[in-house]
Write a protein that binds this ligand. Structure first.
Ligand code: G1P
Length: 302
């Protein structure tokens, strides 16, 4: 049974500067609700009982979000507002399941995972990357089903355009198990088009074995000088650990990228947004991607 989840939240959010110099991007509202709440709800609905947040001193705002009791109590005393009361109850419910650990140096996802080591009790746990929102169908829940069936590690996968493979971890597949699942032969972090063994990308949902912590301790820095979980997964695969790729059916929304565009358009940083055009174009007609309002697509593509 998968009962514990971890969420790396210590990223600096450089793609979203200047906003992220004072604000945690995971608290940015997506359709009126902070992105992180979608991730928590996904966990709860998938049967997760405990979540470990990996934050940094610079992102204590995320912890504060769950510990503003006096603030709520004062307002609730003065105003009998049911909505505020419900929000407070929700925050209290979330807080009961969340533990915080710190990753003060931005050394990569692998390093973030290692920080949760003392909290993980069971043989397998779930990791969710908060930049990847998947809605309409609970991806974690489907992956847990796959895990229960095959008793193995599972990673979420989505087909991307060949041109954009260097933005993702990319799978080399071994064997199709059925329509939605395949055995993973290898996984390469952000390969060039030439190096990429497929166009199947890693999306931020992972069911990982506890034994990964032993490997992570000795993990060397990889691309960009960071410790990538992808590299550690590859060394486990080399030792015959079974990893399954799960092609999820929910709708995918890359918050990091949409955020970059929305914060950069019309600013001197706009060339960054322009460079992302080919990446975004592939999603224009992809039914899995959440509808982005037409005026925004117009801005992006013009
Ligand atoms: C991370 C992973 C990458 C994965 C991606 C999914 O990259 O390292 O393998 O494909 O998340 O969003 P990042 O987005 O942090 O650059």
């Amino acid at each position: 049974m998968i009962k514990q989840a971890i969420i790396p939240l210590a990223g600096q959010g450089t793609r979203l500067l200047p906003l992220t110099s004072v604000f945690a991007k995971e608290l940015l509202p997506m359709n009126g609700k902070p992105g992180i709440e979608y991730i928590i709800e996904e966990c709860i609905d998938a049967g997760i009982k405990e979540i470990v947040f990996i934050i940094s001193k610079k992102k204590e705002m995320i912890k504060d979000y769950f510990y503003k009791d006096k603030f709520y109590q004062n307002i609730i005393k003065k105003k009998k507002d049911q909505r505020i009361l419900n929000e407070y109850k929700k925050i209290l419910k979330y807080r009961k399941m969340i533990k915080f650990v710190y990753q003060n140096k931005p050394l990569g996802t692998g390093d973030a995972v290692l920080k949760t080591r003392k909290y993980i009790k069971d043989k397998f746990f779930l990791m969710l990357l908060p930049d990847d929102l998947i809605i309409k169908k609970n991806c974690s829940k489907s992956m847990i089903k796959v895990h229960n069936q095959y008793k193995s590690s599972v990673m979420a996968s989505m087909n991307v355009s060949k041109k954009t493979v260097s933005r993702w971890g990319i799978f080399k597949t071994k064997k199709k198990l059925n329509k939605k699942n395949f055995l993973i032969d290898a996984v390469i972090e952000k390969p060039s088009i030439k190096e990429a063994p497929s166009n199947k990308a890693v999306i931020g949902r992972y069911i990982l074995p506890k034994k990964i912590f032993l490997k992570l301790k000795g993990q060397k820095k990889g691309k960009g000088g960071e410790i990538h979980i992808t590299d550690t997964i590859q060394s486990l695969i080399n030792e015959k650990e079974k990893f399954i790729g799960h092609s999820f059916s929910g709708k995918y929304l890359d918050c990091g990228i949409i955020g970059v565009l929305l914060t950069n358009l019309g600013t001197p940083e706009a060339p960054t947004a322009k460079a992302l055009k080919p990446y975004l174009k592939q999603f224009l007609w992809d039914p899995r991607v959440v509808e982005v309002p037409r005026p925004i697509w117009w801005l992006i593509l013009n």
